[in-house]
Design a protein. Structure first.
Length: 134
């Protein structure tokens, strides 16, 4: 038997009871929607964020919010799954004419330079700096 992956178990139980766990990742006020990525971005977490992305982004547009912040400050390590998620997210923002900014820690910033798709990304060093970039 293999050890229990508690985040995967939580995800499966949440799906079974139709639990909306989007609050772990998405928050919104009258000017900004923030997408907060977790410390460890496994395929399960990336899929959860991806599954809610269109719905939450549409809710932001409907609420008159025009700015999205992708918060990667807590992320331990940037992997290809996270890069793909951010690419998908940024494209969705462009398609919906939303402004977006990235906030990240030093490790995420340096790791982003290692991927062809993300080497030119600009990161703010805090959520406040990201808010001020719009």
């Amino acid at each position: 038997t293999k050890p229990i992956d508690f985040s995967e178990l939580e995800n499966k139980i949440g799906k079974a009871v139709n639990l909306d766990v989007s609050g772990k990742y998405f928050s919104m006020d009258d000017r900004f929607m923030t997408v907060k990525l977790p410390k460890t971005c496994t395929a399960t977490e990336v899929n959860e964020v991806s599954n809610y992305l269109k719905t939450k982004t549409s809710e932001a547009v409907d609420a008159g919010v025009a700015n999205v912040i992708f918060d990667t400050q807590k992320v331990d390590s940037l992997n290809t799954e996270v890069v793909k998620l951010l690419l998908q997210s940024m494209q969705l923002c462009r398609d919906l004419s939303l402004n977006y900014a990235l906030a990240g820690n030093e490790k995420v910033v340096s790791e982003s330079k290692k991927f062809e798709e993300s080497k030119d990304w600009s990161f703010c060093d805090s959520i406040d700096a990201a808010k001020g970039s719009f």
